[in-house]
Design a protein around this ligand. Sequence first.
Ligand SMILES: [Cu+2]
Length: 322
Amino acid sequence: MKINSSPLFLVFMVMALCFSCKNDTKEKNKPIQIHKSESTAVVSTPRFVEILTESMEFKSVDTIPSGWNTFRYKNLSNETHFFLMDKYPEGKNITHTIKEIAPIFEKGMQLINRGNPKEGFAAFGALPEWFGDIVFSGGSGLVSPKKTAITTIHLEPGYYIMECYVKMPNGMFHTSMGMAKPIIVTQEDSGNTPPEPTVNITVSNADGIVYDKPITKGQQVFSVFYKDQKHHENFMQHDVNLVRLDANADLETLEKWMDWSDPRGLITPAPSGVTFLGGVNDMPAGRTGYFYADLKPGKYALISEVPNAQEKGLLKEFEIKD
Ligand SMILES: [Cu+2]
């Protein structure tokens, strides 16, 4: 597929223009391409699946086609979020999440927060067997307040929960506060094709996050290929988050913060000097997702939500030169 003949690329160009407005004061006046119906459901254009967070919720359509979908996730809230698409096993739905999963994570996290990590982790042993059958199928990376992330992923038909498990200042997961939304992915295929990447990222246990060429200024489309997967110490599989690092950003602090199972991890407030710009959330080995960025000169990093990302090669810094 040639880059200039791809309809999705054209969409990206339009989107990239939106990106460039995003960082200036015109943002306030720019109409959001999301239309609220009477029921406050959000209607997306055929090319984008729009997701909006204003406080602690996902506003989006409830049903999307299968195949390739490009999600535009606008975080208008004051906290960092992401979205992850969890494909549920047959017969399980949001009522099972609320009854059988959320309370176990809350209980375990509370024990960890009170200084009993051993008991806390043991509490997760009470998760139902079917929890292991959930297929984490990608989504955005972390997105800082007032930022927008664009991610393209491939979804099989089925029942999904769109979730965010960042924590509130009191340690409660966003999942328990409204950020768990059922999405039906239909048999009908979107007909979309994946975008043409400008940089190819491969993630693996042996080499961590690697990319095939120097990352340069301007609009980039990153492909993220998960060569393999595994459950790290915090049960998470590796993913890819793009972060911009200001002069006061501390990489060690960021690395610790990326681990939800740390009492001070994945919780508001996010580390200072760090801006999360999306990425591709975890998905099974062998799959590829895409994310978009308009890179200005400065320091950045690609990092996974796992403990000890640096020594695993899952934290890579890079600089964009003018
Ligand atoms: Cu959240």
